[in-house]
Write a protein that binds this ligand. Structure first.
Ligand SMILES: *Cc1c(COP(=O)(O)O)cnc(C)c1O
Length: 460
């Protein structure tokens, strides 16, 4: 079993949790039509729905918020963000925005238009959405190891470099509007990208004169994985590794709700191209607000400037990644099947293996989400066939390659005992796995149904 990495902080402020009984949870889940997005967060004991915007800020971040300057133009916080981005990423231009998808909305029109192709190691769903909104086609070219959930590979988030180059030749470089490296690779389970891979991708983009940007929500976790898994980086600091990663791209988009540990915020960084920056400023003003606040309050800018550094702290990262590894190791002990190795921000339970009697069209990963809530008040998220919408043409249920129940870990929020409860809950669920039923959908919207659909258990 992995050792639990001790917290590099102590707790100064607490948020009480309500304890509920199993009977109450059964009723609340029924009232929510078996969709955990419809539950009140007060009725949840351990909320592992997402690690986005759910982290606990430090006293230093809260202190910075009090000093926030709420001037409409030229607020102090804007300068602090610029200084932090110069220092950490060594990029010349920065545009704050309200969250990651806003960065995509503002930056992508510079690169993409109808009939262009956007290639990535894997598009995050909002990224895919913004590529599509511009009439361009998102193409994922991740390494095949990414879909092997059982065997260790250090960098399952990598781009498949050979297929990448072959694909550019196949469609023609002039059709490729943009190349995005997502670090860590969220949709592949928070799996990291190696420096060697980043370098190789950058060389190919140079060869074909293609722009390369980073989707950098988890920049610090990725740097930590490079430090601990890639040869030649053990003695480099996290900030040095971060600078090298960012040196290969010309711009980045970032959801600051992940590694920068704020509840709301995002960034666009541009290395040295003032033409891109002018275009970004032009779109920021109508969509996000004046360039010096970009959809954020002055106090948010302050907390973000501090959080960008806190995310890089090596003791914090050791604890954070250690926490996710600890949970994985508890699962291993009780034979709960999960994607191995665990990613930086989440453990993905393999519901297809755990509940083999539930077919994809009865949503095994969602069935496990419901069981986790009933068992111990834990909220998880289906990343499987339930999350996929129906085929738009035929109306038929699509089959996801994987049926994952994702347990995403908020930063600096839960303690070892909470993780022990999660592992215990899954152990208990394993014991009654064969009696767990599948679900059917009773109502669904046309797109992105998993947020609002209604379900009910199938009684056979
Ligand atoms: C969260 C995330 C986004 C979108 O960011 P939001 O802040 O949720 O809008 C984009 N890309 C990746 C890789 C993400 O994890």
């Amino acid at each position: 079993m992995a050792k639990y990495m001790p917290e590099p902080f102590k707790i100064k402020m607490v948020e009480p949790l309500k304890m509920t009984t199993k009977e109450e949870r059964i009723q609340k889940l029924k009232d929510a039509n078996y969709n955990v997005f419809a539950l009140k967060s007060d009725d949840i004991y351990i909320d592992l729905l997402t690690d986005s915007g759910t982290g606990a800020m430090s006293d230093t971040q809260w202190a910075a918020m009090i000093t926030g300057d709420e001037s409409y133009a030229g607020a102090r916080g804007y300068q602090r963000i610029i200084d932090a981005v110069h220092d950490i990423f060594e990029y010349d231009f920065v545009q704050p925005v309200h969250q990651g998808r806003a960065a995509e909305q503002v930056l992508f029109p510079y690169y993409l238009s109808k009939d262009k192709v956007c290639i990535s190691n894997m598009h995050f769903d909002t990224t895919r959405g913004h590529v599509g909104l511009l009439g361009a086609e998102p193409v994922d070219i991740v390494v095949p190891e990414a879909s092997d959930t059982q065997n260790f590979a250090p960098f399952k988030g990598n781009m498949d470099v050979e297929r990448f180059e072959a694909y550019i030749q196949e469609v023609g470089a002039e059709r490729v509007g943009l190349v995005i490296m997502t670090i860590t690779n969220n949709s592949a389970g928070g799996q990291p990208v190696s420096m060697a891979n980043m370098k190789a991708v950058s060389e190919i983009t140079k060869k074909y004169k293609l722009p390369l940007i980073l989707d950098a929500a988890r920049y610090a976790e990725n740097a930590y994985f490079i430090k601990t898994r890639e040869e030649g980086y053990a003695d480099k600091s996290i900030i040095e590794i971060t600078r090298e990663m960012f040196s290969y791209a010309e711009a980045f988009t970032m959801s600051a709700k992940k590694d920068a540990i704020v509840n709301m915020g995002g960034l666009i960084g541009i290395k040295n191209n003032s033409e891109i920056y002018e275009k970004v400023k032009g779109l920021t003003i109508p969509y996000e607000g004046f360039v010096t606040y970009g959809g954020l309050a002055g106090r948010d800018l302050e907390a973000l400037a501090v959080g960008l550094y806190e995310g890089l702290n090596v003791d914090f990262l050791k604890y954070r990644i250690g926490q996710v590894e600890y949970l994985g190791s508890l699962f291993k002990e009780s034979n709960v099947p999960f994607q191995y190795p665990v990613g930086g921000h989440a453990v993905f339970i393999d519901a297809k293996v755990m509940l083999p009697h539930i077919p994809y069209y009865e949503f095994p990963a969602q069935a496990l989400v419901c069981e986790l809530y009933i068992e111990a008040g834990i909220r998880a998220c289906d990343i499987g066939s339930y999350m996929l919408d129906v085929d738009r043409k035929t109306g038929e249920q699509l089959e996801s390659e994987m049926e994952f129940t994702r347990l995403a870990i908020p930063r600096r929020v839960y303690t070892q005992a909470h993780f022990d409860i999660v592992a215990e809950a899954l152990e208990n669920i394993m014991k009654r796995a064969s009696s767990i039923r599948g679900y059917e959908i009773t109502w669904q919207p046309p797109v992105l149904r998993h947020f609002t659909a209604k379900l009910k258990p199938i009684i056979k």
